[in-house]
Design a protein around this ligand. Structure first.
Ligand code: GTP
Ligand code: MG
Length: 334
């Protein structure tokens, strides 16, 4: 190692724990950890008001955030020569060629992708598949990373992971070790799980954060018009935490959403709209509507909004091996 490299290595090591930041002492570090800030990456994307909530003064909060941002910049500059790739947006294959093509090569890191559709449209199956695909090596469309899986409806099944892993030639034992799972029992619990996830994301090289479903708890707990504002405010906060984690750790964020009937509205795909309305809409960057089609296992994905891709559709099928492409003649024979 050259002298220059040694210096760079040392600079990187200077900032490991949050206590390493100039304005963070032991007591402050404890306060920050209590509200879920365990890493410098998370602090770098925090807001002053969030830190103030932990009992930290406004001025100090601003100093901490600035220091965290600077610390990250230092490691980025040094990492730049070594791995500029790491800073770039990555993509995770869905395992379905048509669907990958529709969304520009796979699910993107540093942003949120929302899959919405009615029951049985394949949202959870897709989440299972992505949790495996993120583990594939880069040359096979993965990110060689782990998945964080927040399950709100208790629909995660290791059997599905086993068959999908097998299909992609991966070892089930290893694959299941790299899916970090939690069931969320309420919307508050769901929010808390995400708020406290930065350490587990960092330690496990998580490159995909899944919330299946984003809205089910919110939908069942906040009933009636008078609760709408509070629900939206919480969902908004939850999504902003998600986007900041995705950016800080260069991870993809995937959320699912059920649809509700919207008979009073103008035409929209299948006259339904996703739960959560506009706030979810503005925060999630890519939105894909899934619907059932002819035949029991055929599904259609429609790209409804994307920062830069045109609208379009893709067809796939659900089998015991997960989501797969549909061959031309398979469709014709129906
Ligand atoms: P909700 O969570 O209820 O809103 O639905 P979802 O969109 O998450 O649906 P999910 O991903 O759970 O899809 C369920 C569909 O996948 C079922 O309707 C089945 O048709 C299909 N499916 C699940 N497992 C298998 C399997 O092992 N073999 C086959 N052929 N199909 C399966
Ligand atoms: Mg589901």
């Amino acid at each position: 190692m050259s002298q220059k490299e040694k210096v760079k290595e040392k600079e990187k090591k200077t900032f490991v724990d949050i206590e390493d930041l100039p304005s963070v002492g032991q007591a402050t570090a404890e306060k920050l950890r209590e509200i879920g800030y365990n890493t410098i990456e998370a602090l770098a994307t925090a807001t002053v008001s969030e830190l103030v909530a932990a009992g930290i003064g406004e001025k100090k909060a601003a100093e901490i955030i600035a220091a965290a941002r600077q610390a990250i910049e230092i490691s980025w500059v040094t990492a730049k020569d070594l791995a500029s790739l790491r800073m770039n947006v990555g993509r995770i294959t869905t395992g379905v060629k048509q669907l990958d093509a529709l969304i520009g090569g796979g699910v993107e890191t540093q942003s949120i992708t929302e899959f919405y559709g009615e029951f049985g449209s394949g949202k959870s199956q897709l989440c299972h598949q992505l949790a495996v695909c993120v583990q594939l090596p880069v040359e096979m469309g993965g990110l060689n990373g782990a998945a964080l899986y927040i399950d709100t409806e208790n629909t995660f099944r290791t059997e599905r992971i086993e068959s999908i892993a097998k299909r992609f030639g991966l070892d089930f034992d290893e694959v299941s070790r790299r899916i970090i799972y939690a069931e969320a029992y309420t919307s508050d619990h769901q929010m808390l799980l995400l708020e406290k996830s930065d350490k587990v994301i960092k330690e496990n090289n998580v490159r995909l954060i899944i919330i299946d479903s984003l809205t089910s708890h919110f939908r069942s707990e906040y009933i009636g018009r008078q609760t709408l504002a509070e629900r939206q405010q919480k969902l908004n906060k939850h999504l902003h935490k998600l986007i900041r984690l995705a950016r800080a750790f260069n991870a993809a964020a995937v959320v699912t959403n059920q649809v509700m009937a919207r008979p009073d509205e103008f035409f929209s795909p299948a006259a339904v709209s996703p739960v959560g309305g506009h706030i979810v809409g503005h925060t999630s960057h890519t939105r894909i509507f899934l619907r059932k089609s002819v035949g029991k296992n055929i599904r259609i994905a429609r790209l409804v909004s994307s920062p830069y891709l045109p609208e379009g559709e893709a067809v796939f099928k659900i089998t015991e091996n997960g989501l797969e492409d549909v061959e031309e003649d398979e469709l014709k024979s129906r």
